[in-house]
Design a protein around this ligand. Sequence first.
Ligand code: AMP
Ligand code: ZN
Ligand code: FE
Ligand code: FE
Length: 295
Amino acid sequence: MYCDLHTHSTASDGTDAPGDLPRLARQAGLSAIALTDHDTTAGLGEFLDAAKRARIKAVPGIELSADPAILHADTLTDTEPPPRLGTLHLLGYFIRPDAPHLIEVQARLREAREQRNPQMIARLNELGMDIHYDEVIEVAGGDIVGRPHIGQVMMQKGYVKSIHEAFSRYLGGRGEAYVRKDRLSAQDAIAAIHEADGLAVLAHPTQLRLDSPSKLEHAVARLKTLGLDGIETRHSDHAPRDTQRFASLADKLGLVTTGGSDYHGSRKTLALGSQKVPLAVYENLLQAHRQRISA
Ligand code: AMP
Ligand code: ZN
Ligand code: FE
Ligand code: FE
């Protein structure tokens, strides 16, 4: 029996409605699924209702984007060039969607997007592309508007051949139209997840782009001092040896482990349940959550 603890719906940048995911998960042979939309809990109500109907175990979750800078700060030496910052995503599991601090954090992140998206579109306009924010909002259709939606409009209008090209040439960290967004500190992200009675888990650690195991260990230990509860060990970006390495690190630091596909529907090629995460991983997480709320 398997679970998938990392998925996205139309509430952020997935292509399946939150109310469809439980049924799709059942069809994929899964026994439990978590919905972890980027920076929003908007899909959770529909998701949990549908999970009851589909008779599948469901975890209300979120994936918060946070500022990775603090993780580089104390591993830098004076002689090193400034690092190319990676991505710091924190998964929140078993969160209460009505928790006030978490709602406030979502509003802040939405504001950050509302500032960033038009700036990126303005850069694309300067590069000669005829793209309007309204078109991107329409494509997004949900609570969260992000780069994948901008990329989709670029593709529809023939400015790029694929989403991959949109990211590598324009929207990615080294792209011509890239604008940084991260407004939330790791500390605030973890605190908001905890205030919502959730568990905070470091998503896809490879995306931090820390170039050595010792830097990664230092970063995860730092996050642990801020309250981190776990590490995502299985993920579609991870090679088997990454999974191994992260599991050892979790063991060493006393963190729980999680895993998932990071399913985005037809926006990415990876399938729901493709990470073959044993159901025991879900059960451990549930146990850790029970301990947390009874503490
Ligand atoms: P945003 O939240 O607006 O910064 O956009 C981040 C989203 O873009 C995440 O869901 C990523 O999965 C997706 N993404 C990041 N890099 C790429 C890429 N190279 N190709 C396709 N999607 C990407
Ligand atoms: Zn995404
Ligand atoms: Fe992520
Ligand atoms: Fe994700």
